[in-house]
Ligand binder design. Structure first.
Ligand code: TXA
Ligand code: MG
Length: 328
């Protein structure tokens, strides 16, 4: 595996049919050409992901949408006009171009235009190499199935190096600005439905489209499993008032194996490890996954997490913490 900062090197790897770890503004993805069954099969193997879980296809710009999707409703066009490039994925009926090996056999396809400049450059180069500007890159988050998504190139390497060949590439685009995965909106029905929370909120969708937003879906989505985004440490989502009480039960010597994840205004009780002290909900989202990884690097057994306010991206942070804390 080769680490690079040159988007051309990543585009060339993809063009050959190799894999590339790719930065986006949300989290890093593990990408392959969306038209190459063999490369996509390697993504599933590297992630250890069930074959019927569909992937997101990343495209260069909104004008490529109709090459991948059919019957795109007006409200979906309103959303992407305002929010692409950005942390929004839409699910629409698929065109024949979106094969079963990308959609997990679903009749729909998930599409996204990332705002990360390097991702845009990779798509441009790849399109030029193949003479096809509407080419897609299928890329799920670059983590093993069920684990924490990567927000740096180093995270991608620590997750997946064992599953990459010498010809695969990881493109270093720095720390992800958003830190949690894109909002996914099912646009196959009359009304939008929120499949996964992210930086784009249900209120944003209503403001832009004037429509009520439904929740849930029968479609398989890994990020909607009860248990997901889990570090090895035991995550407990607690109220601020529970902190002292809980630590009262902790023998002093065990405190050093306990981490705290909470907004900066919550002070750190003596002896426990402060994993992050974000000032805002946006900061909380941005540092969340790195903090959970840090807990594992420090071999902590417990992470006590106090949620941010549920407004804005705070709802997505609470969603991820709830799944990280879920025990099967
Ligand atoms: O921010 C993100 O979206 C990142 C970056 C790399 O783009 N990608 C990401 O991919 O989170 P992944 O595969 O980890 O999560 C994609 C989610 C999955 O839960 C998948 O099941 C859902 O999208 N999905 C994909 N295609 C779908 C479809 N046709 N219908 C419903 N859900 C779909
Ligand atoms: Mg994922």
């Amino acid at each position: 595996m080769r680490l690079t900062t040159d988007p051309r090197v990543a585009a060339e790897a993809l063009a050959r049919g190799d894999l590339a770890g790719l930065p986006t503004e949300t989290v890093y993805g593990l990408g392959a050409r969306a038209d190459q069954a063999r490369a996509i099969a390697r993504i599933y193997a590297a992630k250890g992901r069930p074959a019927d879980h569909p992937l997101i296809v990343h495209i260069a710009q909104a004008s490529n949408l109709d090459s991948w999707g059919l019957r795109v409703p007006a409200y979906a066009r309103e959303l992407i006009a305002e929010l692409w490039p950005g942390p929004l994925t839409i699910v629409v009926d698929r065109s024949p171009r979106a094969h079963d090996f990308v959609t997990g056999g679903q009749p729909s396809v998930a599409l996204r235009v990332s705002a990360h400049p390097l991702m845009a450059e990779v798509l441009d180069h790849l399109g030029a190499l193949g003479g096809d500007p509407s080419i897609g890159i299928a890329a799920p988050s670059a983590n093993r199935f069920g684990r924490v998504s990567p927000t740096t190139a180093a995270h991608v390497i620590s997750e997946l190096a064992d599953f990459m060949t010498d010809d695969d590439v990881v493109l270093d685009g720095g720390e992800c600005a958003v830190g949690v995965e894109s909002t996914i909106v099912d646009c196959t029905g009359e009304l939008p439905r929120l499949l996964r929370q992210g930086a784009v909120t249900a209120d944003d969708i209503t403001r832009i489209t004037g429509l009520a937003v439904g929740a849930g879906s029968s479609i398989r989505a890994s990020g909607t499993l009860d248990s997901h985004y889990s570090p090895a440490a035991d995550v407990q989502l607690i109220e601020r008032e529970q902190l002292t009480e809980l630590l009262g039960d902790h023998p002093r010597e065990r405190r050093s194996a306990t981490g705290l994840l909470a907004m900066a205004h919550v002070s750190t009780p003596a002896g426990i490890v402060r994993l992050a002290a974000p000032q805002t909900s946006d900061d909380y989202a941005q540092c969340l996954y790195a903090a959970l990884r840090e807990a594992d690097a420090l071999e902590l057994d417990t992470v006590l997490a106090i949620a941010p306010e549920p407004s804005g991206i705070g709802a997505a942070v609470i969603d991820r913490l709830t799944r990280a804390a879920h025990r099967a």
